[in-house]
Ligand binder design. Structure first.
Ligand code: AMP
Length: 382
């Protein structure tokens, strides 16, 4: 089976590493030839919207998926139109795109995403769309302060957003973001951040990995820990929320939703922040920490194969390696640790790899994770 992947970063590389043992072969579309996924498959070098490159990507492939959520929706739709036009025949261009372009469309625009969450019954913080000075003024009336202004599109790892503590800061913040389409959201005084990573098969079968607790440093995911604090109280509603969104999108493959956990009067509740229609950084621990990883299950889903168990093997954590990589021997000295390096050049703020910590004893896993975090992040505060 040939799997074509739009995007050739570390997520593509890890999809390849999971699929090769199942006999799958991989082809990636990526603007740079020396991308992380080049180690596990052929690379078609080109822009994501280059029709010639797209044809070279999908020719003879059995399925097309994406590992990058900013793939242009027009390119995704074009692939879908090829599949419709050619019909289920031996035509080399008949390929399914999984997940479909609708999942991309919703995930790429923060206003669409919030509105979609609301339609699916997910709790969201108050928000308003900003397009010009009039809507900016209206937005602050609706949302108030403190709030966060974010670009509607292309924001990631905390980039493209500013906290607004006072109404006077709003216009300068919007100007700093380029005065383009934005969303203003109320600032959520969250106790913790969690994510629910799940997978939906072609027949609608759904599996969820355990709720993950995420620690961010400067807007970038630093550490994920499983099981999450309060998992017993929150897991079922997080599962229901992801299922509502996945079913409404007829999503096939992995879908992750990030939530804020708010503590109020001794109870906890979730507020949906954003979704990723692809394998997600907070699911990397599943490679060693779960019976079936998010990468293997994504491939099973898009290939129409049965899904595997998402059960946790003991306790697990993942520490991202960002900007620099600690000495390999210092990391590997710890029991239960696996190091994944993506083959990328070191650069400030760049995700270069991650370390998984897995073990039967939660206390030991927590201790090892603290040591690895110290090596990777020093004493960086949350
Ligand atoms: P995002 O790009 O939306 O995932 O935002 C990156 C990080 O900024 C989140 O993981 C939070 O730590 C923080 N953040 C984003 N939006 C809000 C909000 N409305 N209230 C409080 N913190 C936020």
């Amino acid at each position: 089976m040939i799997v074509a992947v739009m995007g050739g970063g570390q997520l593509g590389r890890m999809l390849g590493l999971a699929g090769i043992p199942m006999g799958m072969r991989f082809r990636f579309l990526e603007p740079a030839a020396d991308c992380p996924a080049a180690a596990v498959g052929e690379v078609v070098v080109g822009a994501y919207d280059d029709r010639k490159a797209l044809k070279a990507l999908v020719r003879g492939a059995d399925v097309v998926t994406y590992e990058f959520e900013n793939v242009p929706v027009a390119a995704a739709r074009w692939i879908e139109s090829l599949a419709v036009e050619s019909g289920p025949s031996a035509d080399p261009f008949h390929v399914d795109l999984c997940p479909g372009s609708r999942s991309l469309l919703v995930a790429q625009d923060r206003v669409e995403e919030k509105a979609f969450f609301e339609r699916c019954g997910l709790p969201v913080q108050s928000y308003a769309a900003v397009e010009d000075e009039q809507s900016l003024a209206r937005a602050i009336e609706v949302v108030g302060v403190p709030s966060v202004i974010k670009t509607r599109r292309l924001g990631y790892d905390g980039k493209g957003q500013c906290v607004v503590r006072d109404a006077d800061q709003l216009l300068p913040a919007w100007t700093k973001l380029g005065r383009g389409p934005c969303i203003l959201e109320s600032f959520v005084p969250f106790a913790r951040e969690v994510s629910m990573v799940a997978v939906r098969a072609r027949d609608g079968d759904m599996r969820w990995w355990p709720l993950v607790e995420n620690e961010h440093v400067g807007g970038i995911l630093a550490v994920s820990r499983v099981p999450a604090t309060d998992a017993a109280a929150l897991e079922r509603s997080a599962q229901r929320h992801v299922q509502s969104v996945a079913d409404a999108l007829e999503h096939v493959g992995v879908l992750a939703i990030e939530f804020f956990v708010v503590e109020e009067a001794g109870s906890v509740r979730l507020i949906a922040n954003e979704m990723a229609p692809r394998v997600h950084n907070s699911g990397h621990w599943t490679i060693e920490g779960a019976v079936t990883s998010q990468f293997a299950n994504h491939l099973r889903a898009v290939a129409g194969l049965p899904l595997g168990s998402t059960a946790l093997r003991g306790a697990a954590a993942m520490v991202n390696l960002v900007g620099d990589v600690p000495d390999l021997a210092d990391l590997l000295r710890h029991d239960g640790v696996t190091v994944h390096l993506y083959g990328k050049e070191r650069r400030a703020g760049r995700k270069l790899g991650h370390v998984t910590v897995v073990g039967a004893d939660r206390v030991v896993v927590a201790r090892t994770t603290a040591s690895v975090r110290e090596l990777a992040w020093g004493a960086a505060a949350v």
